[in-house]
Design a protein around this ligand. Structure first.
Ligand code: BV8
Ligand code: ZN
Length: 236
């Protein structure tokens, strides 16, 4: 089966890789759901929502600052590097990630769409100005804009729309893909997970890589049970 998959990927002109938090587990960044998941301790609606930020910005910021400190210590793993290598070989390649940790960029991926934003970017809640701040820990939490108002992480919270253009670019690429890799995602968050349906409808060969089953495991062409850092270098 792996030979078939290698062949399919090697001959594909247009490839899309769709990644989730499982991509970064081998880099030491806990995923949200599943064994050891982050949200086992926190509940999504408690923290990754505008209401939570409104109610308790310090708590939300302490959670993000802790995640930034963990992410700053993390290194891209063999899975991230394998995808960066694939991008250099494929005629057309787009990496659509739900991850906000920046590890795909650090692994050398260039054509990256961040569906749910970027934890290293801060946005002013009032003037809207955005800037990158890589400091971990932040000197003070919550951080403030030079306009004097509070900054927030430039990420997409539950109930918030994705950044403009990001969804249409991802949807178009998924609809045209010959091979669509869905890697390290539990495929329960929408509209992101809907990209798998778009790819299938567009006639792509869909390959899933995940140690666990997901709601899409029965619908994809190949569902490989294993870790991204182990499987990707073997098939790319
Ligand atoms: C939207 C950024 C339109 C922040 C995240 C009620 C009201 C409002 C909206 C909704 C609602 N009900 C449903 C919705 C839609 C909602 C949604 O989908 N909810 C789900 C939970 C049901 N979606 C939204 O709100 C989206 N916006 O719909 O806007 C709108 C607007 C207004 C009103 C209505 C609609 C915005 C969603 C974005 C939320 N932001 N994160 C932050 O990170 O702090 S979501 C969060 O989940 C992360 O982005 C994460 O990436 C994403 C998905 O999780 P995964 O990446 O899949 O990670 P997970 O832990 O779940 O799974 C990891 C997988 O890896 C596992 O399967 C595991 O087996 C596997 N794995 C483990 N180790 C490895 C591995 N795989 C490979 N290798 C390994 N080594
Ligand atoms: Zn400002």
């Amino acid at each position: 089966m792996l030979d078939e998959i290698r062949e399919r990927i090697a001959n594909a002109r247009r490839i899309v890789a769709f990644t989730g938090a499982g991509m970064s587990v081998e880099s030491g960044i806990p995923a949200f759901r599943g064994p050891g998941g982050l949200w086992r301790t926190f509940k999504a609606e408690d923290l990754a929502t505008p209401a939570a930020f409104e109610r308790n910005p310090r708590l939300v910021w302490e959670w993000y600052d802790a995640r930034r400190q963990n992410m700053a210590k993390a290194e891209p793993n063999a899975g991230h590097c394998a995808l960066a290598g694939l991008e250099r070989r494929a005629p057309e390649f787009l990496l659509v990630t739900q991850n906000i940790d920046g590890l795909h960029d650090r692994a050398g991926s260039r054509n990256v769409v961040k569906l749910h934003g970027d934890i290293w970017m801060l946005r002013c809640t009032v003037c809207g100005r955005e800037h990158q701040d890589l400091r971990a820990p932040l000197p003070d939490v919550p951080p403030y804009c030079e306009c004097g108002r509070m900054l927030r992480p430039a990420v997409v919270w539950f109930g918030e729309f994705l950044p403009p253009g990001v969804w249409s670019k991802s949807e178009l690429a998924a609809s045209r893909a010959e091979v669509f890799l869905t890697i390290g995602t539990s495929a329960v968050v929408y509209p992101a997970a809907g990209l798998i349906d778009v790819a299938k409808a567009g006639g792509a060969t869909v390959i899933e890589i995940n140690p666990q089953e997901t709601p899409y495991s029965g619908a994809v062409d190949y569902s490989l049970r294993g870790a991204a850092g182990d499987i990707l270098p073997r098939i790319l």
